[in-house]
Design a protein around this ligand. Structure first.
Ligand code: CP3
Length: 354
């Protein structure tokens, strides 16, 4: 069947490291509070109701495509939803971020959590995915996502956001095998949840490792990597996988061999330096500092041009190095996306982009 709407599959081709006319661009947390249109929806419903109402989740998923012009959509949901489905009791207290009524601080706590039936308990995410695919009609690809087991554990053990992750890290020193059981359960639920997203139409999956950088390289290998590999191996080959690591420049040598197509990195190392460590095969995603979008549109265009030059040495999906900040003026987000899309073709021989 032919669509009369132009189909933009730059993002998917870039994930597979195929030649593209230009590099695609999207932004982590692109559906969110920096958009007045998102805030208008949030005035009517709270955050979790928004996640659980497919029509509304799809409405805000499409907002950045329509209003900012990004080359990919990411389904509106949250990495913490599967923890709630396990019975951890997620709430968003006004101004405080996420809170769990039943944190897991022992193996007894873990045993008290349930084993979710993802179709029954997270089916609203899959329904939103199907609806978003239908509404997008191929206009841009749709990304699904989840947290890595380590990052999910960071919230589940702490009972919410934390300044120093004392509970998680003390458990990791005292009883790494016990914590590995928690990570194993989280990996198992994640595999079923992410497989459900793929079955519902997710065209790529991004794994968010917001807290992976807390660990030194040896402890990352021993604690976080085994459960991460369970998830990656289960999904491998189904859709392109993107692994996002925050604050983890010291872990890049560990990641060069991770079997994912795309490595998404923060801004703390320039992309050409990342490329030197991970080699030619990985597609890189990122990595403008989100605070750069608080500077003027003219400055944003210059900084984006510099980012494009740093990314010339291989496959590159343009993005921020972490989520867009709520105080970002929408015009500044548009300046970033427009500058990325205006790019001249990479010089011959310098890049895979054709
Ligand atoms: O990227 C997108 O546009 C899709 C939606 C998305 C959200 N959260 C919506 C959201 C995605 C991909 C996430 C990922 C997420 N959620 C991460 C990993 C990325 C990162 O930022 O490191 C993490 C750690 C979470 C957990 C989470 N969700 C926290 C800590 C908070 C509170 C802090 C905050 O940013 O407000 C949330 C809430 C949340 N998730 C909001 C949004 C738009 C704000 C809720 C609101 O509207 O009030």
């Amino acid at each position: 069947m032919y669509s009369i709407r132009p189909v933009n599959d730059l993002f998917l081709r870039a994930c597979r490291n195929e030649p593209t006319e230009r590099r695609p661009v999207w932004m982590m947390r692109q559906a969110g509070r920096y958009l007045a249109e998102y805030r208008a929806v949030r005035e009517r419903v709270d955050f979790l109701t928004l996640c659980r109402t497919p029509e509304l989740a799809v409405e805000v998923t499409l907002q950045p495509v329509r209003l900012v012009g990004v080359d990919a959509a990411i389904l509106f949901a949250d990495i913490l939803l599967p923890l709630d489905a396990m019975g951890a009791g997620l709430r968003f207290a006004a101004g405080d971020g996420p809170v769990f009524d039943h944190p897991v601080r022992s193996l007894d706590d873990l045993a008290r959590l349930g084993d979710p039936d993802v179709e029954r308990d997270l089916g609203y995410v899959f329904a939103a995915m199907r609806l978003a695919r239908r509404e997008l009609a191929g206009a841009v690809p749709l990304i699904g996502f989840g947290g890595t087991p380590w990052t999910l554990a960071a919230y589940l053990v702490e009972g919410g956001a934390s300044k120093n992750h004392g509970r998680l890290l003390s458990w990791s020193w005292e009883d790494p095998r016990g914590l590995a059981r928690v990570l194993g359960r989280l990996a198992d639920v994640s595999v079923r949840y992410l497989q459900g997203q793929v079955d519902a139409g997710a065209q790529a999956i991004q794994l968010f490792d917001t807290w992976g950088g807390l660990l030194d390289a040896q402890r990352f290998r021993e604690l976080a990597l085994p459960a991460l590999l369970v998830v990656v191996e289960a999904l491998r080959g189904k859709v392109p996988l993107i692994y996002y690591l925050n604050n983890g420049a010291h872990l890049l040598p560990e990641l060069a061999g991770l079997p994912v197509e795309v490595l998404s990195v923060d801004w703390r190392l320039p992309l050409d330096a990342v490329r030197k460590v991970v080699g030619p095969d990985k597609v890189l995603q990122g990595n403008l500092d989100p605070t750069a979008l608080l500077s003027s549109p003219a400055r944003i265009a210059e900084l984006t041009d510099a980012l494009l030059r740093e990314g010339e040495g291989g496959g590159h999906i343009v993005n921020l190095g972490h989520g867009i900040l709520p105080q970002t003026p929408p015009d500044h987000a548009r300046a970033f996306v427009a500058a990325a899309q205006r790019q001249a073709p990479a010089p011959a021989g310098a890049a895979r982009q054709g």
